[in-house]
Design a protein around this ligand. Structure first.
Ligand code: LIP
Length: 278
């Protein structure tokens, strides 16, 4: 049975999450220049710090206190063994620090990324880079904003005039690396350029703001892309699977672009491996 949520409830969810994302951002900003306790997860290049864990704990504890019936999917809870289950129930999808490798190295492309899915569709999205003071928000049907400015994707429809964000990811097995770089080798000769920020959500907001024209990656997780999806779409962009089909949030891959035409040109050039679903 689909869940029904009123506009008033959505407003409450939005304002509550906005305050918490700002609070979480302060934690990230004050910790980025400090010494960190760094642990590894799936590979030696897949990192987690006490700030990732602390921010996720803050967000989940305060949101669940306020909205006891809601569900949660969080990057660090998943790493700790919690099973993900995206149902119709309002579900907060949380990446406490997207760009943890950047955070560890003080490279300023880090952001708190929070989305609310209702009936498996993203209704609200927040991406806050507290180092650069960029707060991106979107609500279904109400547009996307950075701080108070409305976001709009570029008018690019032609790969030959596009800057394409592409990531190498944190997996370190050779087959995966070869495929990722083959995709970039296929795109680069046909595009204006390739850029990589080390944070999926920061790549996505570059597309939403018209600062880049597309972004593709496989190996990412739902918490890396959930908030970015609605921000790009509300800015007028197109978000899909790397095979051109509808985005499957749990399938570990994403393609977004300023236009469907541009996305379709990239689909023809990229391949992916099937990875274990979120
Ligand atoms: C990271 C992403 C990055 C991607 C990595 C990783 P984390 O997220 O944002 O773009 O390439 O594979 O998923 O681990 O820093 O939250």
């Amino acid at each position: 049975m689909p869940v029904e949520v009123s506009q008033k409830e959505l407003d409450e969810f939005f304002h509550c999450a906005l305050d918490l994302v700002k609070e979480a951002g302060q934690m990230v900003r004050s910790a980025i220049q400090e010494d960190k306790q760094v642990e590894t997860k799936a590979s030696f290049a897949d990192l987690v710090t006490e700030t990732d864990k602390g921010v996720e704990k803050l967000l989940i504890s305060k949101l669940s206190e306020k909205f006891p019936g809601h569900s949660f999917i969080g990057e660090e809870s998943t790493a700790g063994g919690t099973k993900n289950d995206l149902t119709d129930n309002p579900t907060w999808i949380i990446d406490p620090v997207d760009g943890t490798m950047n955070f560890v190295h003080t490279f300023p492309m880090v952001a708190v990324s929070v989305a609310l899915a209702i009936n498996k569709e993203i209704a609200l999205g927040f991406i806050y880079n507290p180092v650069l003071e960029l707060l991106y928000t979107a609500r279904k049907g109400r547009g996307a904003f950075v701080n108070d400015a409305k976001l709009k994707v570029s008018s690019c429809t032609d790969l030959a005039k596009a800057v394409v964000m592409s990531e190498a990811g944190s997996g370190r097995d050779q087959e995966r690396i070869d495929l990722i770089f083959q995709n970039m080798k296929n795109i680069l000769p046909r595009a204006h350029g390739i850029r990589s920020l080390g944070s999926a959500c920061m790549n996505m907001v570059m597309v939403a703001g018209g600062n880049a024209d597309a972004y593709q990656e496989f190996g990412i997780h739902c918490w890396d892309i959930a908030a970015g999806k609605i921000i790009v779409e509300e800015a007028g962009g197109y978000v899909c699977d790397m095979n051109g089909g509808p985005l499957d949030l749990m399938a570990r891959r994403v393609l977004c672009a300023s236009s469907r035409e541009l996305a379709e040109q990239i689909v023809k050039l990229v391949k992916y491996m099937e990875l274990e679903r979120d």
